[in-house]
Design a protein around this ligand. Structure first.
Ligand code: E4P
Length: 219
């Protein structure tokens, strides 16, 4: 399973890239706006820093303007993936961009048929939003499970990118269900690294080692 970092913060991205675990980054207008006014500089820096795919979302609304902006984003780097929210009126634009060879990540996907439609068009990634489905009392994990079934059944060459991950269990379940990618916020990666038994185990080993009174293990 690939791990993408769900962040537009360059310091965070640098920190997590150093773990060797991060295959790509997803941004969205909310994450970018939290970084201040210099959006283009932030985007270009992230594209340079990250060896893998970086999703950047269009902010235009009219289909023609979305098409133009998608091409502008795609030109920023070989690893730039254009994120477009699902909407009926964007389907012709999505079809055209796929034909132009632009890598697309269709975002704000909340049901199976939205996913089926864009999978048929040949997009690279589909982003089902788990946490936001949970927020309205639905079960986001069911959508992931259904999308994995759909993808396998028809052999769609699309990557299911589990998004809106709010806690460790979302990431765990997405991995077990066979999502191709999870985009995970830094705080969730940190939480996944922690276990009280790991911490108490390290403490006990340290205490026992110190009883020996030796400085070096290999002396
Ligand atoms: C990533 O592609 C999404 O934009 C992000 O995971 C959304 O997360 P949220 O629902 O917690 O804002």
């Amino acid at each position: 399973m690939k791990l993408f970092l769900d962040s537009a913060n360059r310091k965070e991205i640098e920190k997590y890239l150093a773990t060797g675990l991060v295959d790509g980054v997803t941004t969205n207008p909310s994450l970018l706006s939290a970084q201040g006014q210099n959006t283009k500089e932030v985007i270009l820096d992230i594209l340079r820093m990250v060896p893998g795919d970086v999703s950047i979302e269009v902010v235009e609304k009219a289909p023609d303007a979305v098409y133009t902006q998608a091409h502008q984003i795609a030109k920023l780097g070989d690893n730039a993936v254009v994120k477009i929210p699902f909407a009926f009126e964007y389907l012709p634009v999505i079809a055209k961009l796929v034909g132009d060879g632009v890598k697309l990540n269709i975002t704000l996907v909340f049901n199976l048929l939205q996913a089926l439609m864009v999978a048929k068009l040949g997009v690279t990634y589909i982003s089902p939003f788990i946490g936001r489905l949970d927020d309205i009392g639905a079960d986001g994990m069911v959508l992931i499970e259904d999308l994995v079934t759909l993808k396998d059944q028809y052999d769609f060459p699309v990557e299911i990118l589990a998004a809106s991950i709010r806690h460790v269990m979302h990431w765990e379940r997405a991995a077990l269900l066979g999502a191709d990618v999870a985009t995970v916020p830094p705080a969730i990666i940190e939480a996944a690294c922690k276990h009280p038994l790991t911490e108490s185990g390290i403490k006990k080993f340290d205490e026992d080692w110190k009883k020996l009174g030796k400085q070096n293990l290999l002396d």
